[in-house]
Write a protein that binds this ligand. Structure first.
Ligand code: LMR
Length: 334
């Protein structure tokens, strides 16, 4: 081959490869444990589209849903090791990392409304919590909402006393452990991916989750009863490996930040609707009863669970709990 044609060949080859020299996309592996068809699953997909568009393909986001890569605890380890770059674990799963303050979100009845929740996640408290992750090699990018939890079980649950002696699956949060014990139940930590089978096999009697998870994991098929307790909250922190994030070119990081802001808005805008739709689908299935508490029963649940806020002060921090309650007061609650 003549020199000219060699040069031509090299030039066309690099163009055909598209990703000409130095343009191979940077891959973000985004692992999570829920179905695609949930607020978190949909928001992760939305982030992928926005991030790839904003960076004109310099970033490629690979979303791995449904624990196909890692289970709860493993995914946090994988993030710290750099095997994946992005996660959105529930706020109840940060305790084992040593950031116990995140368990404030698990306290029963801590958020009288979503308005208060957003005041916390989007305000100074949220910022301070995210800062605590830095020393763990993690950068927090945003809080994604899911919703308030319902109880499900094979045993009937109208009053807190009905929970006595039940074996209930929880996430790895000491607050959730205390919450179930306050009901006289026996809590058992299990990874999210193991819950369906544990319920089916009767390893545990029941569990708690927002309707979107109850529905998309088909837990309602192996639970006789659901009670709309709305006693606690479930949301997420979207996090990245800090070293990876800091090592990105600044312009890309800015574009990803913008993409994350939009994905966060989207996640929070769809969370309630997704859960309402999921609950309707659970009801329609006829596979489980869905019980609405009377006001009197609601008061009983509050009475049984509110002391957990005080009990957990030592673990979470009295000031942090007080500051969350202040946000509620500012908005006219309590
Ligand atoms: C659970 O483990 O119950 C949830 O945190 C799963 C999730 O990510 O919504």
């Amino acid at each position: 081959m003549q020199l000219k044609s060699v040069l031509f060949f090299l030039l066309t080859a690099s163009v055909v490869n598209g990703a000409a020299f130095g343009q191979t996309p940077i891959v973000i592996k985004f692992s999570h444990v829920v179905a695609n068809d949930t607020p978190k699953g949909k928001a992760a997909e939305r982030f992928k589209v926005l991030a790839e568009k904003a960076t004109k393909g310099r970033i490629k986001v690979e979303v791995y849903p449904n624990s196909i890569l890692y289970k709860d605890k493993e995914e946090l380890e994988a993030l710290q090791l750099g095997a994946v770059q992005m996660l959105a674990p529930s706020l109840a799963k940060f305790g084992p990392l040593g950031v116990k303050e995140f368990e404030v979100f698990d306290l029963p009845y801590i958020f009288p409304s979503k308005e208060v929740l957003y005041a916390v996640t989007e305000g100074q408290i949220g910022k301070d919590l995210m800062k605590k992750l830095e020393s763990k090699g993690i950068t927090g990018l945003g809080f994604w909402d899911n919703g308030f939890k319902v109880m499900s079980s094979n045993k009937l649950m109208h009053l807190p006393a009905d929970m006595k002696g039940q074996k209930l699956r929880i996430q790895s949060s000491k607050v959730l452990d205390a919450q179930m014990r306050a009901l006289g139940a026996s809590p058992q930590v299990l990874a999210f991916s193991e819950v369906y089978q544990a319920l089916q096999m009767g390893v545990v009697d029941g569990t708690e989750n927002p309707p979107s998870n109850l529905y998309t994991q088909k837990m309602y098929e192996v639970q006789k009863h659901v009670t709309l307790t709305n006693h606690g909250y479930l949301g997420y922190a979207v996090i990245v490996n800090k070293k990876f994030w800091d090592g990105l070119p600044a312009d890309i990081r800015d574009q990803l930040d913008e993409a994350m802001k939009s994905a966060t808005k989207y996640a929070n805008a769809i969370a309630q609707q997704e859960n309402d739709t999921a609950l309707e689908a659970v009801k329609k299935s006829g596979k489980t009863t869905v019980y609405v508490l009377t006001d009197k029963e609601k008061a009983e649940w509050r009475k049984a669970l509110l002391p957990v806020q005080k009990e957990m002060e030592g673990r979470i921090g009295k000031d942090l709990i007080a500051n969350v309650n202040k946000e509620a007061q500012k908005l006219g609650y309590k």
